[in-house]
Design a protein around this ligand. Sequence first.
Ligand code: F6R
Length: 248
Amino acid sequence: ISVDIHPDAKEGSKAVAREIAALIREKQAANEPAVLGLATGSTPKYLYAELVRLHKEEGLSFKNVVTFNLDEYYPIEPDALQSYNRFMKEHLFNHIDIPAENYNIPDGTVPKEQIKAYAEAYERKIETVGGIDIQILGIGNNGHIGFNEPGSHVNSHTRLVTLDNSTRLANAYEFSNMSQVPRLAITTGISTIMRAKKVILLAWGQHKAKIVRRSVEGSSTDQVPASLLQQHRNCKFVIDEQAAAELT
Ligand code: F6R
């Protein structure tokens, strides 16, 4: 893992947006799709705002971009306030020229008995377009990436998972109370993330400093899912000074 430290979240997000823009333009020139793996939550909000700005002010087109989101609560309606489907539209897709058929977000309404087949199809679709070029990640306080909680196997694929209580608590602010936070989610797996050609994990703020340190400097263990990224050959953490505070 390499680590890029920026003065604040805005600067770090701009740097990552430039990198994504460069990929999109390079792929446009080659007449190929640029395939992005995307995250939700508070961490990538500036990144998406900057990508929208690049589209509106600098003519960056997303016509050749294909995206796969990491995760979605289960069950949840796509237009629910807290749904990641809605989040992505509000923060990114409604403001850029990506064709609607090019973005993929796990569907929180798939009947339970169909989730296995749905998850396999999601994985296959990623492979069919040539795999993820850049995977964007945030990190949970317990080290989760996507909704791969501690203990997630390094070979895990897209599947239905149970959220840790700490994750439900951290996300409770989006809901009217804790009991409303779904207990389940659909997430792509550790192995799905590890197959991305490049992984960029973002972390901002002092509350992420401890888990950033454990992920980068601790042993690589499934008890800290983000530490498994030490085994990826093209992974960087883009963090701000506060999140870097505990690095030695
Ligand atoms: C969201 C996701 C999660 C978040 C993580 C951090 O799609 O996959 O792993 O990245 O929970 O959340 P925030 O950014 O809200 O601190």
